[in-house]
Design a protein around this ligand. Structure first.
Ligand code: FAD
Length: 390
């Protein structure tokens, strides 16, 4: 029997496997999909890079270091650019964007080099047995003392040890990879319908362009794709590019969902998207995938009770994510977003707050108070900050 079986080798699973293997555990990581491009912006914030930078550097993952984030208010067409730092969190840039084929492959290679056993197979069932788990795969059966579910938003492990996400707990992201064009700025255009934004994230040889909406909002992937196509046409950002469509779910939980989240049992835990750990405003999930993978590995390697892992996730991630969920409905309103773009145009201090938010440095808990301190843009801005009822 192996010590730990990890189902899914995205950032959460690969980083958990690396962290366990370097601590001497016998760990098997199971995923049939690599190499593959996961539908994703591929934006990796400074705080995520701070966890993995040496392993990434060893493998020279191609990346775009983002110089600017341009925010556009769709109804008025007004826009503002925010300059991002190239050396910010623990000497990491604020934001890089990489292809998930290459980013995930680098983490997988680090896990393999650290001693993790990698099985290229799909897990078809996970069954509790004799104080451990039987892991059924298309290539045979494994027995493990503990299991980590790192198998994404549609997690099979979650279905077996807890409950799958309901439709209202997911959003659907739809868009295109635009092959053959690139840039050094991300573009975020706030739209009223569906409430949220369209993004363009540049990788070295293509753009990842997308939009997302709550899965129960009554807007299908086809409609979302048409909105994105019209935006690509309007902006001319992807002129001459070959467009490759994608669509994928993202956990998108409410504050109450975060309070009730099932994260761990005596011999299992969930990490990354399988655990629901995605920022409901920015949709940043890679940092939470890496951090939760590392916390799970640390708890398992210390032979500690896995409820300790769950407590750590609650303290270090969920408090923050629940804040974002409470803020979401006030954030994505046309009045707030129009004022936000105005304030970004006028105020260096507001631009600094936004740069920190993009880099994952600005906690939501102190966002309102930091915005309120930026008095120089006047009454409208104070009204706006007060509108964030958190
Ligand atoms: C369109 C879109 C844009 C996004 N943009 C960003 C962004 O710019 N920045 C950011 O930080 N986050 C972004 N996210 C979120 C981010 O993609 C996820 O939060 C992150 O990938 C989670 O990592 P993970 O390892 O938990 O899961 P995943 O990356 O989804 O990996 C899960 C793995 O499990 C494997 N798997 C699934 N089922 C099985 C099975 N039965 N057996 C074996 N293996 C299995 C899959 O093959 C996959 O490799 C975006 C998401 C989407 C959909």
């Amino acid at each position: 029997m192996i010590d730990v079986a990890i189902v899914g080798a995205g950032p959460a699973g690969a980083w958990a496997a690396y962290s366990l293997a370097t601590r001497g555990a016998r760990v098997t990581l199971i995923d049939p999909s690599h190499p593959r491009e996961k539908p994703c912006g591929g934006g990796v914030t400074g705080r995520a890079l701070a966890l993995i930078a040496p392993r990434l550097a060893e493998r020279g993952v191609p990346r775009c270091c983002i110089q600017r984030a341009r925010f556009v208010d769709s109804p008025t067409g007004r826009s503002a650019s925010v300059r991002l730092e190239q050396r910010a969190v623990e000497a990491q840039p604020d934001l890089i964007v990489a292809s998930r084929t290459q980013f995930d492959a680098a983490l997988l290679a680090a896990a393999r080099q650290a001693g993790a056993d990698i099985r290229e197979s799909r897990v078809t069932d996970v069954v509790g047995e004799n104080g451990g788990f039987r892991i059924e795969t298309r290539a045979g059966v494994l027995h493990a003392a503990r299991v980590i579910g790192a198998d994404g938003a549609n997690s099979l492990v979650r279905r077996r040890v807890a409950r799958s996400f309901r439709r209202d707990q997911l959003s659907i992201a739809t868009g295109f990879f635009a092959r053959g064009v690139s840039s050094d700025e991300i573009v975020i255009e706030f739209v009223a319908d569906p409430p949220g934004y369209i993004w363009s994230f540049p990788r070295p040889d293509h753009l990842a362009i997308g939009i997302c909406a709550q899965a129960d909002a009554g807007i299908g992937a086809d409609t979302l794709r048409q909105v994105t196509s019209a935006w690509i046409e309007k902006t001319g950002l992807a002129r001459g590019a070959r467009l490759q469509p994608y669509s994928w779910p993202i956990p998108s939980l409410s504050a109450r969902d975060f309070d009730d989240l099932e994260l761990a049992g005596p011999r299992w835990c969930l990490v990354g998207d399988a655990a629901g750990l995605v920022d409901p405003i920015t949709r940043e999930g890679i940092f939470f995938a890496l951090a939760s993978g590392q916390w799970a590995a640390e708890a398992m390697a210390a032979e500690s009770d896995l409820t300790m892992y769950a407590s750590r996730v609650r303290d270090e991630a969920i408090a923050e994510l629940a804040h974002a969920a409470r803020l979401r409905s006030s954030f994505f309103t046309p009045a707030f977003l129009a004022l936000l773009v105005d304030a970004l145009q006028q105020s260096e201090s507001v631009r600094a707050v936004m740069a920190d938010l993009v880099a994952g440095r600005q906690p939501y808990a102190t966002l309102k108070w930091r915005l309120l301190r930026t008095f120089e843009v006047g009454l409208a801005w104070r009204y706006l900050a007060r509108a964030l009822q958190i």
